[in-house]
Structures are given as C-alpha cells and as structure tokens.
Ligand binder design. Structure first.
Ligand code: ZN
Length: 65
C-alpha cells in the first residue's frame, strides 16, 4: 500500500525515518550497499522526497496506525 511521506525524523541511532500520511513510519536508511539513499542525509534531498510515496508494509498487513 503506497502512502505519502509527510515528514522525516531521526531515531535514537541517528537513522532517518519517514513519517507516512497513514500515521506509520518507515526507516529510510542510507546504508550502502544494501540501502542506497544518499538523498536522505541532506535537508535538500529529504525536502525533494516529501509528498512522494512509499510502500507501507504495516498498512498492507492490515495494521492500523
Ligand atoms: Zn501505514
């Protein structure tokens, strides 16, 4: 299920987390070579990805926020 990104925050380890419109949150780590998201570590990159969509596994699994 695709959900709109409404914001970003960092968890206690400094990893970036996308806040989704449904109320869930998804990690968007830049952890090469497994997760290549160099955009997430810059403010400009994150702003560019606001309002884009991410798959929400929790919604897809039927878990309400
Ligand atoms: Zn969700």
């Amino acid at each position: 299920m695709e959900q709109r990104i409404v914001g970003f925050h960092q968890d206690e380890h400094g990893d970036w987390v996308a806040d989704l419109a449904c109320g869930h949150a998804r990690h968007v780590r830049h952890d090469p070579p497994w997760s290549e998201r160099p955009w997430v570590v810059t403010k400009e990159g994150r702003e560019r990805h606001l309002r884009q969509h991410l798959h929400c596994g929790q919604c897809a699994g039927g878990h309400p926020a």
